[in-house]
Ligand binder design. Structure first.
Ligand SMILES: [Zn+2]
Length: 278
């Protein structure tokens, strides 16, 4: 009897498989969930429907049926333009984030098909330094927009960001103007831009490209805003209304176009592309 049969017999393999993944406690209902099951369920808690954050690549897999490439511009890498250091060197933070995520920076620009429609998707990753926007996020976003203009295909972005990357100083703020100008170019060329806001979409990202979509979609319960609620409350010294800065609140106030649950997102984007992109 081989070792595999032996393990099968003891049912150890199943246990080993479980050990490959990890147990995650749902933030909302506190149920213990096995990470592999959660992945198969679009990272939605099967018990209470709470949506967990997705990586940039998981987003691409969620939205595209056929991925041609996960990253059109894999060679654009971050540098440390102002030699920044706080409690850690920026260079070391970058290295740690790269090792943790397998990404070069907080965005990938994928290309592929939703059913029969070719699109470009700029997808952000919150687990890379809080999805902060520095020079690389700006540069890759703009290259993605240019690619969409050239190929005459829709451009989609998935925001997941705490804001600008302060470790790059003023260069990170410049990305707000740079990405906004690119969207303006796409608009003038008659292109379509669908912006998807996920939890969280804050700071410089919400104050630039995320809110420039021809259609702005948010995932349920996502935190979306500029400054955080605590900062605002301290500044205006007033209690904020319930649900403030959540997707549903923004929809009610007319700041976004629709709130779409994750399982319906791909079909919704596809229908918008068919309706609005000839
Ligand atoms: Zn739950």
């Amino acid at each position: 009897m081989g070792i595999k049969d032996f393990l099968d017999k003891l049912n150890v393999k199943k246990k080993l498989n479980i050990e490959k993944g990890e147990w995650i406690k749902c933030d909302k209902c506190k149920t213990l969930l096995y990470s592999e099951d959660l992945k198969k369920n679009m990272k939605i808690c099967p018990n209470c429907g709470h949506t967990f954050r997705m990586s940039a690549k998981e987003r691409v897999d969620l939205l595209l049926d056929n991925v041609k490439t996960y990253d059109l511009f894999p060679d654009i890498k971050p540098v440390d333009p102002i030699n920044f250091k706080d409690t850690k060197k920026y260079k070391d933070r970058l290295k740690a984030a790269q090792a943790k995520t397998g990404l070069k920076d907080a965005i990938i620009v994928a290309n592929g098909f939703i059913k029969d429609r070719e699109v470009v998707i700029a997808s952000m990753d919150f687990s890379f330094m809080g999805g902060s926007m520095g020079s690389v996020v700006g540069a890759k976003f703009v290259r993605g927009v240019e690619y969409a203009i050239e190929k005459k295909i829709p451009f989609i972005s998935v925001a997941s960001s705490g804001g600008a990357r302060m470790q790059e100083g003023i260069l990170s703020l410049m990305q707000m103007a740079k990405t906004s100008i690119a969207i303006n170019r796409l608009n003038k060329a008659g292109g379509l831009y669908i912006s998807i806001l996920t939890d969280p979409t804050m700071g410089g990202v919400s104050a630039s490209f995320a809110f420039l979509g021809d259609v702005i979609i948010a995932e349920p319960e996502s935190l979306i805003g500029f400054a955080g609620p605590r900062v605002i409350e301290q500044t205006i010294r007033q209690k904020l209304p319930e649900g403030f800065q959540r997707a549903e609140f923004l929809l009610e106030k007319g700041q976004i176009d629709m709130v779409v649950p994750r399982p319906e997102l791909k079909d919704k984007v596809y229908n918008l592309v068919r309706l609005l992109h000839g």
